[in-house]
Design a protein around this ligand. Structure first.
Ligand code: ASP
Length: 356
């Protein structure tokens, strides 16, 4: 477990805060500032009001839990997912909403995982980050941070407007487990090709209530935190060799493969390819078929090139993103041993990540 520190920032004095928000700062570009020599270093969150003075207008009680060593998100792994999930779980009743500041590179993986970990969530958990450090003149960090906090604290009739895990970035709010990073230079870094945008922020924040998960508060929050990392992503490409597929499908202790196929779930029909997959499935490896296309869905059997996959027991990944597929597979394999239960749970939505 990483070390962390906790600070409290009240922006509402002398008035009563309108909401209490827990910010979990894990690292990434957002929290970088230039030191005396011009190098980028993680900033001290207690100075947030110097960087974003307009936060004072929100009249909130902000508690910030900061990773002691803010981390580039390339180094975030399921232990960190567990730490973030545990923090939300442990502080669930103290706060109205949660904002997770995270590097953009793997944000869609962490946010997807979080949507599967937090069963019965009925408060907003909003991930955000930035393409430019908060200390840069043209940084997108300030807008992303302020609006993410505003969404996390927004309520109608004393109920949160959003009660699911989301990514807010560059004026759009997306369902976390439908999002992927698509851009490393421009500000519009995230897209959700297979699910509508949940809200847009302009002069006002325009929520699309019909596509936001409805609020249900009867049940207690349950944290799922067992991940099995004995999984692999097998990305197909024209010319993939038998040796490559053999080595991957025969990794010792392997339990799951997310296979990124072409188009609507198509793959080579070569007998050696189908036979290697069949043997892996026979040994108990779960193979989940997702498409390399960001939009559309896998329909096994639509083309001749996916019929064999269906026949040998490859699981149709519908319109899952790769980020959702791998984190959902790790979580279900962590919780289940029975192949049929694993198959069933993979094909059923947990938190709106796939369209039936
Ligand atoms: N490499 C950074 C990260 O993911 C990029 C970013 O934050 O935008 O941590």
């Amino acid at each position: 477990m990483r070390d962390y520190s906790k600070i409290n920032i009240i922006t509402s004095v002398p008035k009563e805060p309108e909401a209490s928000i827990l910010i979990i700062y894990t690292g990434g570009t957002l929290g970088m500032v230039h030191d005396k020599n011009g190098a980028l270093i993680p900033f001290d969150f207690s100075s947030i009001l110097d960087h974003v003075p307009s936060l004072r207008q929100l009249e909130l009680n902000l508690t910030v839990i900061s990773f002691e060593k803010p981390t580039d998100s390339s180094n975030i792994n399921p232990d960190d997912w567990n730490m973030i999930g545990q923090m939300i779980h442990d502080h669930y009743h103290e706060f109205d909403g949660f904002v997770v500041l995270h590097g953009t590179d793997t944000m869609a993986f962490t946010a997807s995982a979080m949507s599967f970990m937090l069963e019965n969530l009925d408060k907003p958990v909003i991930f955000t980050g930035a393409q430019l450090p908060i200390s840069s003149l043209r940084s997108d960090a300030r807008e992303n941070l302020i609006t993410a906090i505003e969404i996390a604290s927004s309520r109608i009739n004393n109920k949160p407007i959003v009660s699911e895990v989301c990514i807010y970035f560059d004026y759009v709010l997306l369902r976390a487990n439908r999002s992927k990073k698509v851009e490393s230079l421009h500000f519009d870094a995230f897209q959700s090709e297979n699910y509508p945008v949940l809200a847009e922020s302009g002069v006002v924040i325009n929520y699309h209530h019909a596509v936001i998960k409805s609020f249900q508060s009867e049940k207690d929050l349950i944290l799922h935190n067992k991940f099995d990392r004995n999984v692999v992503i097998l990305k197909l490409y024209p010319g993939i060799t038998e040796d490559v597929v053999r080595v991957i499908t025969q990794i010792p202790n392997l339990r799951g493969i997310v296979m990124e196929t072409f188009g609507s779930g198509n793959a080579p029909t070569s007998p050696w390819f189908i036979e290697l997959l069949r043997k892996a499935i026979e040994k108990g490896v779960t193979i989940l078929n997702v498409s390399q296309c960001p939009g559309g869905r896998v329909v096994q059997g639509r083309y001749d090139t996916s019929q064999q996959l269906q026949r040998i027991g490859v699981i149709e990944g519908a319109d899952l993103t790769l980020e959702s597929a791998i984190s959902k597979l790790m979580l279900i394999l962590g919780e289940e041993q029975d192949i049929e239960i694993i198959r069933k749970r993979l094909m059923e939505p947990i938190s709106g990540e796939l369209t039936l």
